[in-house]
Each structure stands twice: as C-alpha cells, then as structure tokens.
Design a protein around this ligand. Structure first.
Ligand SMILES: Cc1cc2nc3c(=O)[nH]c(=O)nc-3n(C[C@H](O)[C@H](O)[C@H](O)COP(=O)(O)O)c2cc1C
Length: 178
C-alpha cells in the first residue's frame, strides 16, 4: 500500500479547498492508498527564516512544525498538492511550505490538483518553474478544476462526472508512479 500525503493550499476559514481535499482523499482511499493530510492551517509553519537554505549542508530547522512537515514528506511515497491560484501563482502559504524542504523533494512523485477561475493553470506553471530547482517527479495529468464549470466558487462540486474523471486520472497516475 502506498503512503500519500495530501497538502492543503489555503488557510482561509472558508477555503474552497475544504471541499476539494476530502474528494481527493476519498479517491486515494478507494485505490487503497494510506492517506494523511498536511493541513497547513494546523501545521502553522513559520515563514522561512533559516540562516541556511535547505539545499545547503548543515541545514537543520528547529521548528517542531517544520520537522513534522519534513518528516511527512520524507516518509510519503507520493504527495498531492491541492492548490488554489493566487495572483496567477501558488498560494504564499503553500509556496512557503514547499520552500522549507529541499532534498526530500528530489525524485518525490508529486501530483497537482488545482482549482480556480483558470483551473489553476498559472499556479502549475509556477510549480514547474520551482521544479527546475527541486526536481520533484511531477505527475501528469494534473487535475485542473475550473470554477463555475467543475466547481462552484465556494468549492462545491458542480460537475461530479468531470471532477471525478480528472481527479481519478491524476491520483491513478500518482499511485502508478510510487
Ligand atoms: C489574493 C488572491 C488572489 C487571487 N488570484 C487568483 C488568480 O490569479 N486566479 C484565479 O483563478 N483565482 C484567483 N483568486 C480567487 C481564488 O481562486 C478563490 O478565492 C479561491 O477560493 C481561493 O482558494 P481558497 O478558497 O482555497 O483560499 C484569488 C484570490 C485571492 C484571495
């Protein structure tokens, strides 16, 4: 059984992601994955404040939450980023979480489930740029969920068939890559 961490992308109390994350978790569990959720509102990671970058020898974060987050990624066979699009990029809170880690990303199968008015395609473009440094194993296809088509703007599923198909394809590819 593969171990998958699903990462939230928003800490807003009424985040649309709160409806997307359980959908992704259910899809993974249906495929016998062991799933844990890295809820960034609960982890409350500090803004990156280390003297050394994570890519450097001797990098050793002391924050308990950063250690917990790093261990979650390290021990996972694969990761799903559930990402809103903020100003055509990933949310700041999710980028900060990604920035805290370096070597644990290398070769890690990472799937992207994005949502927004443009199906989070710009956010994914930023992740691809970040990946030129991080060397995750980005999984295709990504699941781009579009507001007012796939989802309502509050994140409620509007077109279950389309959402199911997109998430299914992404999580199946992720599990196959683990
Ligand atoms: C600061 C900010 C920037 C946003 N920029 C975009 C954007 O570039 N593209 C987009 O599709 N939606 C954008 N939105 C709308 C978000 O997609 C929408 O608010 C969504 O619900 C955010 O996800 P969340 O509810 O999980 O926080 C933006 C929202 C905020 C708060």
């Amino acid at each position: 059984m593969v171990k998958i961490v699903v990462v939230t992308g928003s800490v807003r109390p009424n985040s649309a992601g709160q409806q997307v994350v359980p959908y992704v978790v259910k899809k993974l569990q249906e495929k016998d994955a062991v799933v844990s959720v890295a809820d960034l509102s609960k982890l409350a990671l500090p803004f990156f404040d280390s003297a050394l970058p994570p890519s450097m020898e001797g990098f050793s974060p002391e924050h308990q939450s950063v250690l917990q987050w790093t261990t979650m990624v390290k021990e996972a066979d694969g990761v799903v980023l559930v990402s809103p699009e903020y100003n055509h990029s990933l949310s700041g809170v999710q980028k900060n979480a990604i920035d805290w880690i370096y070597k644990e990303w290398e070769g890690k199968p990472v799937a992207f489930v994005g949502y927004g008015f443009y199906a989070a395609k710009h956010a994914y473009q930023h992740l691809e740029l970040m990946n030129e440094v991080l060397h995750m194993k980005l999984i295709e296809p990504i699941a781009g969920l579009q507001f007012m088509q796939d989802l309502a703007v509050d994140g409620a599923v509007q077109d279950d068939e389309a959402v199911s198909k997109k998430i299914d394809a992404t999580v199946s590819a992720l599990i196959a890559a683990c």
